[in-house]
Design a protein. Structure first.
Length: 268
């Protein structure tokens, strides 16, 4: 008489078979690309035990940017960057497209949320001393993201092509035009000529949709790489606070660019 395994064991065997089937494409991808291991390292790496909710400001900022990216792609499917059709296309998105009012509202107010979270994240990094050695480069990358994010808001403000957007852009371009040396050239470039018109709207749309998002994505990728490489900094009250002196590693191998030495006769 055959022995029937208990239900818990059968359920476990069934689950093992399901996991085995799921792992087939994952193992195939990992063997050929190594991406799975990298993703696992990124998601399950060790972090200091005394991290707190302030450390989530960076992830919140990234989430706000991804929301802007997704809603912006949806809006770009219906928006028409031409002075005669821009305002009407915005009205069509808001009133006629299914959930268009929600997508536009998320994109419009999400821009402010993104900037606010970016300032809060940078304030946390500064107050916690997370910009110190060896994370100076990561701080510089974050500082570069800030003006690009502000430019995203400025270039997107003109796109509805209403009275408020038009005159606010006039003020912004005129302020840039008062800058020394490059000011007049920058104002001429932003206007696309001597006056604000169709070329201005096209330049702002291309900058807002292509140039700035691409630059920000590249900097965010570098930023995340440095976070993974250098690790998460501990709060200032921790025993492993950022900026604390670290013991120098034992010298190994030949001295090179990191520890140069004298050469030639002097070296002998």
């Amino acid at each position: 008489m055959a022995v029937v395994p208990p239900p818990s064991r059968r359920r476990r065997r069934r689950m093992d078979k399901v996991l085995e089937i799921i792992n087939i494409p994952i193992d195939w991808l990992e063997e050929r690309s190594g991406l799975v291991g990298g993703v696992k390292y990124f998601l399950f790496r060790k972090v200091p035990s005394d991290t707190n909710w302030f450390h989530t400001l960076g992830s919140a900022t990234l989430t706000a940017f991804l929301v802007q990216l997704g809603t912006g792609v949806i809006l770009a499917m219906y928006y028409k960057p031409h002075p005669d059709e821009a305002y009407e296309s915005i009205r069509h998105i808001t009133h006629d497209v299914t959930l268009g009012w929600l997508v536009r509202g998320m994109h419009r107010w999400g821009a402010s949320v993104f900037i606010i979270l970016l300032f809060l994240h940078m304030g946390r990094v500064f107050l916690f001393g997370a910009y110190k050695y060896p994370r100076e480069l990561n701080w510089i990358v974050g500082v570069l993201i800030l003006p690009l994010a502000l430019l995203m808001g400025f270039t997107g403000y003109l796109l509805p092509w209403d009275q408020t957007a038009y005159w606010a852009t006039v003020v912004g371009i005129n302020l840039n035009g008062t800058g020394p040396i490059v000011g007049p050239f920058l104002a001429q470039f932003l206007r696309g000529g001597d006056e604000i018109g169709p070329n201005t709207l096209t330049i702002f749309y291309a900058t807002h949709m292509l140039l700035l998002p691409g630059a920000i994505l590249g900097l965010i990728g570098l930023h995340l790489y440095l976070v993974v490489r250098l690790g998460v900094s501990s709060p200032p009250w921790s025993d492993e606070a950022a900026g604390k002196e670290r013991p120098e590693p034992e010298p190994s191998g030949e001295a090179g660019l990191v520890r140069p030495r004298a050469r030639g006769r002097i070296a002998k």
